[in-house]
Design a binder for this molecule. Sequence first.
Ligand SMILES: Nc1ncnc2c1ncn2[C@@H]1O[C@H](COP(=O)(O)OP(=O)(O)OP(=O)(O)O)[C@@H](O)[C@H]1O
Ligand SMILES: [Mg+2]
Length: 368
Amino acid sequence: MAKVHLKKLEKTYPNGFKAVHGIELDIKHGEFMVFVGPSGCAKSTILRMVAGLEEISGGEVWIGERIVNNIAPKNRGIAMVFQNYALYPHMTAYENMAFGLKLKRTPKKEIDKRVRKAAEKLEITSLLERKPKEMSGGQRQRVAVGRAIVRKPEVFLFDEPLSNLDAKLRVSMRLKITQLHKQLKEEGQAATMIYVTHDQVEAMTMGDRICVLNYGKIMQVDTPINLYSKPANKFVAGFIGSPAMNIKEATLEEENGDVMIKISRDFSLRLPDDKTEKVRKYIGEKVWFGIRPENISIKNIGVSGEVSVVEQMGNEQYVHISISGEEYTARSSSEKALLAQHGEKYNFVFDMKKCHIFDFESEENISL
Ligand SMILES: Nc1ncnc2c1ncn2[C@@H]1O[C@H](COP(=O)(O)OP(=O)(O)OP(=O)(O)O)[C@@H](O)[C@H]1O
Ligand SMILES: [Mg+2]
């Protein structure tokens, strides 16, 4: 059993830069946890501390029932897969996969069994005698994953393993890794996986839960669906979802008993009753107003806006509009959106039941 606990984890690099600020995170045994966040938010630093490749400045890393702060990487029961594969160029795929086990003096027969089984899982049996330079990027990445599997680690650590692959290969490798996680569970060898990416689609589709990081701090840890529909703060709201949530500065005002979001002098939106109770004490104050592109639609009624650009996705359209001087993105597959022309005016309806309101200072979601 290998749950991973990070307790008050801190990292200060030798140059004095503090990269990780007191991370508290419990990853369950067999869970697929994704770390996501902008470049430089310390995803790799945290993963490398779990792996033992980076010194821990403060706090504890637990793997299973042990504190591993002072345990060598090779004794932590982990295997790591990197972006650049890090295969030995002079060895065949088979030798690359077998190498770690050979060092541990695993019997030849056992090595052969494990390598062939992993190769079968990853569909690379026919490539076992090839050297890395005779393989495509995706095939090399599978060998790198295979090399991790044969060690039967309790914890897999992936640091952007697919970012060197083209879009199509990324999708198929993404599925392979998700399937691998499921298969291991079904075989009674459930492995805990921590997967770093800055690709939102990977994060949303692969993770049991996602940990969103920013500047070395956790912004939210939750299931993909909850992150999307109940972002805890403005950062998560803006980071998860593509195209991004529309977020505007606004003021909350009371008007004839209704609570209005006033975005500009001539543009206000009425809040539905279930939300007004939650935000009543913010009346008269500045807030952030957020609404996802799919919650703005072109209708015959609603507020008038001018289309600046239409992005054609084939199955849907991203319609960029200007409403009283502010830019918004609407996302729709309706006929009206399909026919929208730049420079033309249309009416837009905001589905206010789906909007979010954030505290202006703390940026916490106050409308949940
Ligand atoms: N050896 C180092 N010395 C000083 N600062 C470092 C060192 N390594 C990383 N950093 C800094 O620590 C922060 C976190 O870096 P890290 O590589 O963990 O980010 P990341 O989230 O993995 O980013 P990316 O998505 O670009 O891979 C960054 O601001 C980085 O500049
Ligand atoms: Mg990184």
